[in-house]
Ligand binder design. Structure first.
Ligand SMILES: Cc1cc2nc3c(=O)[nH]c(=O)nc-3n(C[C@H](O)[C@H](O)[C@H](O)COP(=O)(O)O)c2cc1C
Length: 353
């Protein structure tokens, strides 16, 4: 299939003019206003719903539907196996020092903050989203069958060829490849993360050669240059996260937007310090002090344990203890309104190389 056919076929599958996806970003970035603006401009907006309670998924998607009658996407985390018994005392002692510095009450033993996956799926099934994407694994067969029976288009996230093949075998409609440049959590689920840090340039053509479903490239793409490169490598579409974080509609804290605008190419690190899972973000005091700690708890307990500190740091406009998820090309952030950014991406991606 030639490149322009793959591109327009994926656009038709997604029900959009251009297969340019505003990435799902859990943790509040993907407000209904951001999602709807991306969709209204001719791409596909996506909600990162992983931490949302089912009733909030219902509310959020109702609001998106008020703002657009175009297709949009929702994303969930495939749930991790229940964590083994862990002793959080040493991590709590480390965090206590930071709490004291900010005048917070001592940290409490963490419990999982994740809503019930089954109930999230119930809410997603009723959300009116056209596309449902998953990360951190192969979703259960029953979940895929149920959403497919409702006519929803399904996607999984792969960081290696092996993961892409597992997702193809499960029957997803398209595969998002996540290159190691990507901001946020590594979606790795089959194999050690250290071996899955494959860059977009190397990952996209290998996955495109290995699997049948269309491949959507993500990781380090910020403008038309990246989109054209991804297309040339065999991608049928693209997904951009960091590029949308500095939009006025994105829900992240102002201090986080300011840090992204000042970021340099070497500003990011992959760290487990905030959540227990490896994720790429801007280095700060917290990542420098904790990234090598042997006491980091497994996801989602580390995420829960660091929540009060991250929230207090954001409320004070102090980026030192916040999770500032960002891809390696954050310096190319433009801070445009989402519709303008989407229109610019479309126009730039169609220019001759
Ligand atoms: C703040 C942030 C949160 C993210 N949350 C999610 C998420 O909830 N689900 C998901 O599939 N990917 C998530 N990602 C990863 C994106 O889907 C995408 O792979 C990544 O943003 C692409 O790289 P880029 O940031 O360089 O564009 C997140 C990325 C960022 C920056």
């Amino acid at each position: 299939m030639n490149r322009s056919t793959a591109w327009s076929r994926l656009a038709a599958l997604l029900g959009v003019e251009h297969p340019i996806i505003q990435a799902p970003m859990a943790g509040g970035a993907t407000t209904p206003e951001l999602v709807a603006a991306a969709s209204n401009a001719g791409g596909l907006g996506s909600t990162g719903a992983a931490y949302l309670k089912p009733e909030d998924i219902v509310k959020h998607s109702r609001r998106v539907r008020e703002l657009t009658d175009r297709p949009f996407a929702i994303n969930l985390f495939v749930p991790p196996p229940p964590p083994a018994e862990v002793a959080p005392d040493r991590m709590l002692a480390v965090l206590a020092g930071y709490h004291a510095r900010l005048g917070l009450a001592p940290p409490q033993p963490p419990t999982s903050p994740m809503p019930s996956f089954e109930e999230q799926v119930d809410a997603v099934a009723e959300s009116g989203a056209r596309v449902v994407s998953f990360v951190f694994g192969v979703p259960p067969a029953g979940v895929l069958a149920r959403l497919k029976a409702r006519g929803m288009v399904l996607a999984g996230t792969a960081t290696t060829v092996r993961e892409a093949k597992l997702l193809e075998a499960a029957g997803v409609d398209f595969i998002v490849t996540q290159g190691s440049e990507a901001g946020g959590h590594r979606g790795t689920f089959a194999g050690p993360v250290e071996k899955s840090l494959v860059g977009t340039m190397a990952l996209v053509p290998q996955v495109a050669d290995a699997v049948g479903p269309p491949v959507v490239a993500s990781g380090g793409l910020m403008d038309g240059r990246g989109i054209r490169a991804a297309r040339a490598l065999g991608a049928a579409g693209v997904q951009l996260g960091t590029a949308f974080l500095t939009c006025p509609e994105s829900g992240i804290a102002p201090v986080y937007k300011a840090a992204l605008r000042e970021a340099q190419d070497d500003a990011t690190v992959v760290t487990r310090a905030f959540s227990g899972r490896p994720a790429r973000g801007l280095a700060n005091d917290f990542t420098e002090a904790l990234s090598d700690s042997p006491d980091i708890l497994p996801f989602p307990l580390q995420h829960a344990a660091t929540t009060p500190l991250r929230a207090a740091s954001a409320a004070r406009g102090d980026p030192r203890y916040m999770a500032l998820w960002a891809g390696q090309a954050a310096a190319l952030s433009r801070g445009l309104p989402a519709a303008e950014l989407m229109r610019a991406l479309i126009e730039e991606s169609e220019r001759e190389a």
